[in-house]
Design a protein around this ligand. Structure first.
Ligand code: HEC
Length: 149
């Protein structure tokens, strides 16, 4: 009887270790990910469909240079004069900046860029209050397109 119990106890412990080890490893990995947080490459940034499919009624326009002016005023400090991610404030950021003229950024819809530029997330500031006019916002998006040309 006693032998039997011991055996039972042993297998039980081994089983516990077996199930707990992967769990513990996961917990440690997750804690590490949280601690180093923003140093990880950006998480996929999912843009809600209602933004993604938004139509840019002003596509291609920026005659008065409003987009450029807004960019210089609000965006250049991080994203750099030409959008390459080399602004003076870029060094202070934890999140890596993508080159705004790159294929991975430019292949997105105007609506996606609008969402990211105006709503933002984390270190990418929200500009809903600072850039209120809808037409101005699109001029800014048009300027992001112009940067890539
Ligand atoms: C304080 C620094 C800062 C300023 C100012 C700033 N950005 Fe950003 N921007 C970021 C960071 C950081 C990211 C990356 C965010 C992420 O991936 O979580 C980003 C991402 C973006 C993206 C998404 C690019 C991609 O990965 O697809 C766009 C578009 C963008 N910014 C446009 C703008 C525009 C337009 C302005 C000015 C109105 C602006 N940003 C001002 C820091 C800044």
């Amino acid at each position: 009887m006693l032998q039997h119990l011991q055996l039972y106890h042993q297998t039980n412990t081994t089983m516990k270790i077996k199930t707990l080890t992967p769990l513990a490893t996961m917990a440690i990995l997750m804690a590490g990910a949280l601690l180093s947080g923003f140093n990880f490459p950006q998480d996929k940034w999912v843009v809600p469909d209602e933004y993604k499919n938004m139509e840019n009624e002003y596509a291609g326009e920026d005659e008065d240079g409003i987009g450029e002016e807004l960019y210089e005023q609000h965006c250049k400090s991080c994203h750099g004069e030409e959008g390459h991610g080399d602004g003076t404030k870029a060094k202070e950021l934890e999140t890596p900046l993508r080159d705004l003229t790159s294929e991975e950024v430019q292949s997105q819809t105007d609506g996606e860029l609008y969402y990211k530029a105006i709503i933002g997330r984390d270190e990418m500031p929200n500009f809903e209050k600072k850039i209120r006019d809808e037409e101005d916002r699109w001029m800014l998006i048009n300027y992001l397109r112009a940067l890539a040309k």
